[in-house]
Design a protein around this ligand. Structure first.
Ligand code: PHE
Length: 344
C-alpha cells in the first residue's frame, strides 16, 4: 500500500470514528491513536526517510494536509463536547424556584426569654439602660452592700448556696445595684435581668433557680411617686391600659420605705377570681426607696440624691401572662409545652 493510500485510509477511518465520538475520553484516545508518540500519522512521518528524496516534499505536504484536516475536525468536536457538558452541568444545577419548600422546624423563644425581652423593651423605651452582673457573687455585693448584715435571716444557709465563705450564688439581682452605683454617677436608670439562686425545694411555685429583673433609679428629687408612675406604666404596657398597682407596706433591708406591689389581676381585671383569690389583686414585685445607708455604702451622697428600686420575678410574670399554673413547666424543657410560645 503506498503512502497516499495509507493516508486516505487513516483519514477515512478517523472521520468515521469522529462521527460516533460523544465524550472527551474517546476523543483523547483517538488523538493519541493518530498523533501520539506511536500514532499512525507519527509513524508515517517517521518513515519518510525511506522514500526517495525527490518525493519527500510532496509526501510531507500530504501528511501535513491530513494532520491539519483531522486536527481541525478534532478541535471542532472538542469544542462541541465541551459545550454539551456545560449545558448538562447547568441543567443539573438548575433550581426550580417555584418548588414548594420542605417543612422546616422553626425554633420558639422560651416564655422566660419572651417576657424578659418584652420587659426590657418597655424599660429601655423609658430610658433605662440594661446592665448585667455575675451569678457567682461576692457576699459583699449580694448582702453587705445591700444592708443585709452578717446575722440577717436572709443569709441562712437554707436560702443561700455558698461557694466559699465570702462567695455565693446570688440570691437576687440587687447586687447589680451596688456594682452599678460604685461605677456610675447619678443620674442612674438601669434594669438588670438575670438568673438567681435559692436553696428552695422544687414545687409548683418554687425553683432553686429562677429569674428576676431589678430596676434602679438614682437622681435628685426621685420620689416614691416616680416609683409608682414607673411601675404603673410598666404594668400597662405589658398587660393593658386598665392595669394599675397597689402598694402595701413591707420590709427589705435595702429599701426604706419598702412595699409589696400588687397588680390588678390580669385574669379578671380586678373583678375577683380564683387566681387572685377574689381580691382583684395579685402580688408581683418588691420595691421601695433605696435605703440611704445603701447609697452611702456605694459612694453616693444621700443628702443630695435619692432613688427607688424594684425587683420582679420573671417566672411569675410569665405564668401570669401565659396562664401557666405550674412553674416546673418552665424548667422541664418539654418541646410540646415550649412550642406553643411565640411573640406576636
Ligand atoms: N431583692 C428583692 C428580692 O429578691 C426584691 C427587691 C428588689 C425588693 C429591689 C425591693 C427593691 O426579693
Amino acid at each position: 500500500m503506498d503512502m497516499q493510500e495509507q493516508l486516505r485510509k487513516i483519514q477515512e477511518e478517523a472521520a468515521a470514528q469522529l462521527a460516533t465520538i460523544t465524550d472527551k475520553a474517546e476523543l483523547d484516545a483517538l488523538k493519541v491513536k493518530l498523533m501520539g508518540k506511536k500514532g499512525e500519522l507519527t509513524l508515517i512521518r517517521r518513515s519518510m526517510g525511506q522514500i526517495p528524496a525527490e518525493d519527500r516534499p510532496k509526501a510531507g505536504q500530504m501528511i501535513n494536509e491530513v494532520v491539519a484536516i483531522l486536527t481541525e475536525k478534532m478541535d471542532t468536536l472538542a469544542a462541541k463536547i465541551n459545550m454539551l457538558e456545560q449545558e448538562k452541568k447547568l441543567a443539573s444545577e438548575a433550581i426550580d424556584v417555584t418548588e414548594p419548600r420542605k417543612h422546616t422546624m422553626i425554633g420558639m423563644q422560651h416564655p422566660i426569654s419572651l417576657v424578659q425581652d418584652q420587659m426590657l423593651s418597655v424599660f429601655t423605651s423609658m430610658g433605662f439602660d440594661v446592665v448585667e452582673g455575675p451569678e457567682v457573687e461576692y457576699d459583699l455585693y449580694n448582702f453587705e452592700m445591700m444592708n443585709i448584715p452578717k446575722n440577717h435571716p436572709a443569709r441562712d444557709a437554707q436560702d443561700t448556696f455558698y461557694i466559699e465563705d465570702n462567695v455565693v450564688l446570688r440570691t437576687h439581682t440587687s447586687p447589680v445595684q451596688a456594682r452599678t452605683m460604685l461605677n456610675r454617677k447619678p443620674p442612674i436608670r438601669i434594669v438588670c435581668p438575670g438568673r438567681v439562686y435559692r436553696a428552695d425545694e422544687v414545687d409548683a411555685t418554687h425553683s432553686p433557680v429562677f429569674h428576676q429583673m431589678e430596676g434602679l433609679v438614682v437622681g435628685e428629687d426621685v420620689t416614691m411617686a416616680d416609683l409608682k408612675g414607673t411601675l404603673d406604666a410598666f404594668a400597662q404596657k405589658l398587660f393593658g391600659d386598665d392595669m394599675t398597682t397597689r402598694f402595701r407596706p413591707s420590709f427589705f433591708p435595702f429599701t426604706e420605705p419598702s412595699a409589696e406591689v400588687d397588680l390588678t389581676c390580669v385574669n379578671c381585671h380586678g373583678k375577683g377570681c380564683r387566681i387572685c383569690k377574689g381580691t382583684g389583686w395579685i402580688e408581683v414585685l418588691g420595691a421601695g426607696m433605696v435605703n440611704p445607708k445603701v447609697l452611702e455604702m456605694c459612694g453616693i451622697d444621700s443628702k443630695k440624691y435619692s432613688g427607688f428600686a424594684f425587683g420582679v420575678g420573671l417566672e411569675r410574670i410569665a405564668m401570669l401572662r401565659y396562664g401557666i399554673t405550674d412553674m416546673r413547666a418552665l424548667f422541664e424543657g418539654d418541646v410540646r409545652f415550649l412550642s406553643q410560645f411565640r411573640d406576636d
